[in-house]
Design a protein. Structure first.
Length: 512
């Protein structure tokens, strides 16, 4: 037991990969066995994450905020190491990941084609995503960043909808295209500093005055690296105008793939801004913060307007993710602009905005995963996502309708549910810093209510579409079990968000 506790993060990280090997050894024809083994094994990282959660001390040390650190030599010749650790920003993302993967696997019990390969890909995807959140080495961060792309590509390409080949190719080209610049920037930093270790780079890189490379001055080298990081992470979030891959990927992905894509993988880009861009490039981030805020507002407004225009239920939810993640970027931009300020009011506002941004990442993961799952539930019975094909379904699907209403209100930002808390913090913190941007963001917030209510009206209310009478059954027990943990967290964070905000705030106060 002591060995596991001393290497807790390694076990969390590689248990899914080990589970994939176990699934590989099972006979492909034993579909039920594969499903249940995959579900049980996927719960192990969640259990260990809960152990880490309850043993975590949220108050950071004066010099080091990271907990459960593991450090081993990996590529000593170039200064790269196997370095893992978590703080109050990364641990909530690890919890979100290890929670959503078992729920996605349980949601996938209806998948009948190539079940063994499907479950293996989900396990490998979990290792890739967790590696990004746990890595404290820049090169290791990039390795896991790329690993997570491959399983999602195959999940879309093999189990997606009619246009899955186009959507999967677009997904991989956009995300890998952004990653090329990220790799080059990481190599630049490694060559100049001789290290990829993040705690060292946090101290060294921002203060480095002699960072010339190929005859380029320090400011130019840092600007190139900064924009390479920003573009890579902006594509992943995605921020307007790098967002066009997302609706296609979501629309064509299988239900569980959309749950993880929206619930976790979009957070990788925002996490990159938090973990790398702000600490490594504080001066550059402050200089270009207004541009980042403008991109965030564009995502909020255009995401909401695009969602309102959709007739495809799943595509509507996909565009809503662009809208909601825009608030995350707005909070990050506000914190970037406030760098170095000694004005207590500005510092407080930046702190509130950044707390809201991190909490919004977690909250959106819950509500978006739930919404995509509920779209999948109704699609499995009706084989349509066209909103005009539904109507009045509350009369025959009361339990499903109630759960959809509850989850939709979380996405809308109803007070008392989680979405309100995080978006309020972002708006409150951004208001004194980017007043015009915050005002314009309210346009997107207005249309958020419009597209949510439009979807609920067309699906649940109005006259019952008679072609569904006697043909649809209410949500099953398995499907309720998938939604129950999400709903519990949505409600608890809406009523008492401090159980998570205290951890986030300690980390934010340390870094920013």
């Amino acid at each position: 037991m002591d060995f596991i506790l001393n290497h807790l993060l390694t076990f969390i990280l590689f248990l899914p990969a080990a589970s994939a090997i176990v699934l590989l050894l099972l006979p492909a024809k034993q579909v039920k066995v594969i499903r249940w083994v995959a579900l049980i094994l996927s719960l192990l990282p969640l259990v260990l994450t809960l152990v880490a959660w309850f043993r975590f001390n949220p108050v950071p040390d004066a010099a080091n905020p990271f907990r459960f650190e593991e450090l081993l030599a990996w590529y000593p010749a170039i200064g790269s190491s196997y370095h893992l650790g978590v703080d109050g920003i990364s641990l909530p993302m690890v919890l979100l990941t290890t929670l959503l993967i078992p729920l996605a696997i349980l949601a996938s019990f209806s998948v009948t084609e190539k079940v063994k390969a499907y479950m293996i890909l989900f396990m490998l995807l979990e290792t890739g995503v967790l590696g990004v959140f746990l890595s404290l080495d820049l090169l290791l961060f990039f390795v896991f960043w790329e690993i997570g792309l491959v399983p999602m590509y195959f999940l879309i390409a093999q189990w997606g909808g009619a246009n899955r080949n186009y959507a999967s190719l677009k997904f991989i080209l956009f995300t890998m295209g952004g990653s090329l610049g990220l790799l080059l920037a990481i190599q630049m930093i490694g060559v100049i500093t001789g290290s990829f270790d993040l705690p060292q780079l946090f101290q060294m890189w921002p203060k480095l005055a002699d960072a010339s490379l190929f005859g380029l001055p320090t400011a130019t080298v840092k600007a190139i690296a900064f924009w390479a990081f920003v573009i890579a992470f902006a594509v992943k979030v995605p921020v307007w105008p790098f967002h066009t891959w997302l609706p296609d990927a979501h629309t064509e992905a299988p239900t569980a793939g959309s749950m993880i894509l929206a619930g976790v993988m979009l957070k990788l880009g925002a996490y990159g801004f938090l973990r790398l861009v702000l600490p490594l490039f504080p001066v550059e981030a402050q200089r270009f913060a207004p541009w980042l805020a403008a991109m965030a507002v564009a995502a909020i407004i255009f995401g909401a307007l695009s969602a309102f225009a959709q007739k495809d239920f799943k595509r509507l939810v996909a565009y809503s993710s662009i809208n909601h993640m825009g608030f995350v970027i707005l909070g990050i931009a506000a914190a970037a602009w406030a760098y170095g300020s000694t004005d207590p009011a500005v510092v407080l506002s930046a702190n509130l905005a950044l707390n809201g941004a991190v909490l919004q990442m977690f909250n959106h993961g819950l509500s978006a995963a739930g919404m995509f799952f509920l779209v999948g539930v109704i699609y499995e019975q009706t084989h349509t996502r066209n909103l005009d094909d539904f109507g009045g379904l509350y009369a025959i699907l009361p339990v499903y309708g109630t759960i959809l209403l509850f989850t939709s209100m979380s996405s809308l930002g109803l007070p008392g549910l989680n979405g309100f808390v995080s978006e309020f913090l972002v708006v409150r913190g951004s208001w004194p810093i980017f007043t015009l941007a915050t005002v314009l963001a309210m346009i997107g917030l207005f249309f958020t209510g419009a597209y949510i209510l439009k979807a609920l009206k067309l699906v649940l209310h109005g006259p019952l579409n008679q072609k569904w009478k006697g043909k649809l059954t209410d949500i099953s027990t398995r499907e309720i079990i998938v939604m129950a943990p999400l709903m519990a967290l949505i409600l608890s964070l809406g009523i008492w968000p401090n159980w998570l905000l205290d951890m986030i705030n300690q980390a934010v106060a340390f870094w920013y």
